[in-house]
Design a protein around this ligand. Structure first.
Ligand SMILES: [Zn+2]
Length: 393
C-alpha cells in the first residue's frame, strides 16, 4: 500500500499558496484571517474524504475515522500556522501527510483496529502566549498568566475555552508527527528519514555584566572597567565550553545591549541572553556552572528565564519506524530534534513518535525552506507503514 504522491503534492502546493508571497515565503500566523482560510481548506479536505470533522474550543481542528472498535485514537498531526516568511512544509506536511495516509487506507478498504485522527494544532509557532499553544491546551499542560489571558480574550478565547479543550489521555493511544528536520543533518548525510529519539531541552537565561561607565576620552586604558570588554570574554567562554562538551549541546548569545550605549562612553553595564539546548538537563547545568566558574572575576550575574526540558520519545515507536524504513528500503538515522514541536506536549499524555524528512541545505523558518518531493513521498509512506504496524498491537 503506497500513498498517492501527486495528490499530496497538489494539496501541499494549494495549502502552501495561502499566505504565500513570491520570494517572501509564507506568512500565516494563528488567529489571523489567512490562518482561518488555511483551516477552511484543511477542513474541506477532511470532509471530502468522509472524516468526522470537529473543532475544539481553542481552534484545534480534528478529522476522525472510526476503527473496528478499540475506543482509542492514534492521532497523527502537526500544525498549519507559520512563522512570518516561513516555508510551505513546516507543519503542513504532518497534517496533509496524515490526511493522505487515511485516504490511502480508505481507498484500499483497510479498516484499522483503532480510531484514527488527524490533528491540526493551532499556534505551534510562537504567538503572544508562546509556542505550541493548541497542543498545550489539548494536553491540559497550560499555565497562563493574566497578560496571556487578556491577549487570548482579544482573539475570542476565554479561560473556560482553554479548560474545555483538554482531552482525556485515556482516549489517545499514540501520537505520530511527520515533520521537516529544519536542520542540515539528513541533507548533509544524504539520508531520507530521521527517526527522532528525543527533542532537546531549551534553557534560556538573562546575563548581566557590570563595569563602570566613564568618559571615553579622559579615562586611560589601565583605569577602565569596561563591561562590554568583560562581556565579550564571557561570550567567548560560553562558546568554548559548549564546544568542549560537544554535540548535541549548542549555545547561543543572540541578543546583547550595552549601557548607556553611546559612542563616547565606556559601557558601564551589558545585558545579554544565553540559550543552551541539549538532550540532558545535567549537561546544560554543567555547562552553565563552568561558565560561571570561569567568569567569576568578571562581575557576571545570570538569571534563569525559562526551562523547557528535553523530551524522550517512545522507544517502541522508534523501532516501528525503523522497521517501516527497512521494509520500504529507505535509508535513515536515529537523531535528536533541535526544535520544539507539538510532539513535546503530546508526549506527556501518549506514547509519541516523530519522523523527519530532510530540509534542503538545512534551511527552515525562511522562504528558502525546501524538501524534495521524493523525500516527502518517503516520509509519508513511512508514516503510513508505521501506523499500520502500531495498529496491530
Ligand atoms: Zn513546525
Amino acid at each position: 500500500m503506497k500513498i498517492n504522491k501527486e495528490r499530496l503534492k497538489k494539496h501541499l502546493m494549494k495549502l502552501g499558496s495561502i499566505g504565500y508571497t513570491e520570494g517572501q515565503g509564507i506568512t500565516r500566523q494563528a488567529f489571523t484571517p489567512t490562518y482561518e482560510e488555511a483551516k477552511k481548506y484543511v477542513r474541506n479536505l477532511m470532509e471530502n474524504i468522509g472524516l468526522k470533522v470537529y473543532e475544539d474550543s481553542v481552534g484545534n481542528l480534528f478529522g476522525k475515522l472510526e476503527g473496528k472498535g478499540k475506543k482509542k485514537s492514534i492521532i497523527m498531526g502537526s500544525h498549519i500556522d507559520s512563522v512570518p516568511n516561513g516555508g510551505i512544509f513546516d507543519g503542513s506536511l504532518g497534517v496533509l501527510g496524515a490526511i493522505e495516509c487515511i485516504q490511502t487506507l480508505m481507498e484500499n478498504n483497510h479498516t484499522t483496529q483503532y480510531d484514527l485522527e488527524v490533528a491540526a494544532f493551532i499556534g505551534e509557532e510562537g504567538t503572544e502566549v508562546g509556542g505550541t499553544f493548541g497542543s498545550k491546551c489539548f494536553t491540559g499542560e497550560v499555565s497562563f498568566q493574566e497578560k496571556d489571558i487578556a491577549y487570548l480574550e482579544t482573539v475570542g478565547i476565554s479561560k473556560e475555552d482553554i479548560r474545555s479543550a483538554k482531552r482525556s489521555p485515556k482516549t489517545v493511544k499514540h501520537y505520530l508527527e511527520l515533520h521537516i528536520e529544519q536542520g542540515n543533518i539528513l541533507d548533509t548525510e544524504g539520508l531520507s528519514i530521521g527517526i527522532v529519539k528525543g527533542i532537546v531541552g531549551i534553557a534560556q537565561y538573562k546575563a548581566e555584566v557590570k563595569g563602570k561607565a566613564n568618559h571615553a576620552g579622559t579615562t586611560p586604558m589601565h583605569l577602565r572597567d569596561d563591561a562590554l570588554v568583560k562581556a565579550s570574554k564571557v561570550i567567548n567562554q560560553i562558546n568554548e565550553i559548549v564546544n568542549q562538551l560537544g554535540a548535541p549541546l549548542v549555545g547561543t548569545v543572540g541578543h546583547i545591549q550595552a549601557h548607556p550605549g553611546a559612542i563616547n562612553v565606556i559601557p558601564g553595564k551589558v545585558d545579554f541572553t544565553i540559550e543552551l539546548r541539549d538532550v540532558s538537563k545535567e549537561r546544560v547545568e554543567t555547562a552553565m556552572n563552568l561558565v560561571k566558574e570561569s567568569c567569576k572575576d568578571l562581575n557576571l550575574s545570570i538569571e534563569k528565564l525559562e526551562y523547557e526540558w528535553e523530551v524522550n520519545l517512545d522507544q517502541d515507536i522508534q523501532s516501528e519506524i525503523e522497521k517501516a524504513c527497512k521494509d520500504l528500503g529507505y535509508n535513515y538515522k536515529f537523531m535528536y530534534s533541535g526544535a520544539g514541536h507539538d510532539a513535546n506536549p503530546l508526549s506527556k499524555i501518549a506514547s509519541t513518535g516523530m519522523i523527519f524528512v530532510p530540509s534542503k541545505n538545512g534551511i527552515s523558518h525562511a522562504p528558502g525552506e525546501w524538501t524534495e518531493w521524493e523525500d516527502i513521498d518517503k516520509g509519508v509512506n513511512t508514516l503510513l507503514l508505521t501506523l499500520l504496524h502500531l495498529d496491530k498491537e
